[in-house]
Design a protein around this ligand. Sequence first.
Ligand code: PLP
Length: 420
Amino acid sequence: MATNRRPFVADRANDLVEQFGSPLYVFDEARLRENYRSLRAALDDHYPDSRIHYAVKANYNLGVLSVLRDAGAAAEAFASCERTAALDAGFDPADVLLTGQNRTRESVEAALNAGVDRLLVDNETELETVRAAAAATDTRPGVLVRGNPAMELPTHPDIATATRESKFGLDIESGRALTVARRAAAAEAVRLDGVQLHVGSQITAAEPYAVAARAMVEFAAAIRDETGVEIDVLDMGGGFPVAYDDAVPATGDVLETLGDAIRGACDAHDLPEPRLLVEPGRRLVAEAGALLATVGVVKDTPHADFAILDAGSNLVGHWPYPIHAARGGPANRRYHVAGPLCYSGDVLAEDVELPELSRGDVVVVDRVGAYALSGASNTNATPRPAAVLLDGYGDPHVVRERETCADLTRHDVVPGHLSE
Ligand code: PLP
């Protein structure tokens, strides 16, 4: 995958900032649809009996969710309000897979009452919570047991989840995962539907998916041998990578490796091939989003030339996003591109080659569609930007209004003895 492609919004950046202000998130409906379509096509090629559950956490803007729902995606909701966002965006409750790690019984009951029918359990306490909630709501949801095969992974340790050190999943090797599966199989209030794992995020090689798939099929075989239950669903989570500054394996290659591994392992363990679920977040939305920002100050220091924007690193996270200038011209200058916040680490990228910049120039921070808006903070009491969605004709629609200073203190309360 090429990494130096011009951003989808490059030619429109100045006009959009003029119309909607700066900074501004821009999402591209055509690219969201294409991301879904190409992933679906790769699954059709390599494992047709499958379903894409978009990981809502990556970007839960209702406009973005609505596009993916309309394109055909189901949803994966880790937290209660991800579930309500998915339902508000019109996802069918039966298409919402509830994951999570530490849910209250009330939130599980609310999900079951709303029609959610399949949940993940990450630990024994969660299984008890789901059982109690199912009994209280007179439902019998499907349960997936989250396994952890203690892998070595090619990604940042903070986002590697199927490792021995991780807080996620139930260790397979020690038998903890099988114990919970046995309890789920014996519980009247739930159906044991399958097994799940999420390898981690931004997994830049195909092989970890094969290793994980073999471990999970072996786990499914152990469940069958122990309980007699032949599981229907294998959920391999998300993690499909996006090219920020480097090429990454094509999704088709990753899915080919994954599909072959599942079929091979099922064969070896004499298991029927399960339905495959995947939970991609980044792969569907990252390249469909950009942040437009405006240069306010260009400052030369003995160390570097800084281009200081009106958008800080609190709005994008810490990936090596490609940064472009909206103005044309040869990229013959190097800048540290920084935000306006009060700490030195507020630098979006160092040594970026750009045309000569001056106050008022618009820059495009590209591929920020995942985990940027959904992780943005109000550091330095900065209101978060507006967002627009470009529809299939390129027409902009506001999908999130710009916050105001009043929004930042809306939930604060001054005690009576201090108010005038
Ligand atoms: N599924 C689960 C359970 C996750 O925790 C995550 C990310 O943290 C995802 C899916 C999505 O990961 P990605 O955006 O890398 O595809």
